[in-house]
Design a protein around this ligand. Structure first.
Ligand code: AP5
Length: 224
């Protein structure tokens, strides 16, 4: 059976992180979210964080060479030996090419690229309601998926906060960056037969069920 090496693709707020967390739990895989890694580096005040902070606050992308190194290390780590979920990477063609070259060197390959799509007006609304816990990484939404106790994570009661780059003016810039620099990856992976599309406007459970069913079919086809 092939390793479950998955890539989550889609605009900001489409639900990549929400679905990646569910899939990581389902399959016992590590979830590497470049946005989370960069936000942790900003909070810790590391060199990576200092470089990334102003770029993230402007809605742009950190330079390819920085982020490629961050992900390359993780993919090669023992915990990723049976598969991994990449969330937020690759985001540009050079990042996709670097990933492809690294996997080739490791004699591994991408199992599927999961594109979760949703229109701009929907994701802007979602992002305005997003809250998360820095302690557990759990994501909520005050409009669509509120926690049982207001402002508190259901896992450990930690405080729920808003991301610095979730301000409306930054969200618009993040969306523009996505359309300009990341959407070419849709064609890139489609041409390679790896792209699978999911309707991100459905409920989180419906999207999850659809992804699970698609992966099960792909695994069956692999085994034939
Ligand atoms: P990153 O953290 O990756 O942000 P993003 O791609 O903009 O994606 P989001 O985390 O905003 O959205 P998501 O799709 O994960 O949605 P979520 O599940 O949270 O990147 C941040 C920044 O870091 C970038 O702008 C860049 O500067 C830098 N960066 C990161 N990677 C980089 C790279 N590779 N190269 C260069 N720079 C990089 O859901 C959103 C909300 O909607 C939540 O509140 C959730 O509860 C709700 N929701 C989810 N699904 C549904 C649903 N089906 N129905 C209703 N609500 C839903």
């Amino acid at each position: 059976m092939s390793e479950l090496n998955l890539i989550m693709l889609g605009p900001p707020g489409a639900g990549k992180g929400t679905q990646a967390k569910r899939l990581a739990k389902d399959f016992g895989l590590p979830h590497y979210a470049t946005g989370d890694i960069l936000r942790a580096a900003v909070d810790e005040g590391t060199e990576l964080g200092r470089k990334a902070k102003p770029i993230m606050e402007s809605g742009g992308l950190v330079p390819d060479e920085i982020i490629i190194g961050v992900i390359a290390e993780r993919i090669a780590s023992p915990e990723a030996a049976d598969g991994f979920i990449l969330d937020g990477f690759p985001r540009t063609i050079p990042q996709a090419e670097a990933l492809g070259e690294q996997l080739e060197r490791l004699e591994r390959r991408i199992f599927a690229v999961l594109l979760i799509d949703a229109p701009d007006e929907e994701v802007v609304k979602r992002i305005s309601g997003r809250r998360f816990s820095k302690e557990t990484g759990q994501i909520y939404n005050v409009h669509f998926d509120p926690p049982k106790r207001e402002g508190r994570c259901e896992v450990d009661g930690s405080e729920l906060v808003q991301r610095d780059d979730d301000k409306p003016e930054v969200v618009r810039d993040r969306l523009a960056t996505y359309h300009e620099q990341t959407t070419p990856l849709i064609e890139y992976y489609d041409e390679r037969g790896l792209l699978r599309r999911f309707d991100g406007t459905r409920s989180p459970t419906e999207v999850h069920d659809h992804i699970r069913a698609t992966l099960a079919t792909l695994r069956l086809e692999e085994g034939l």
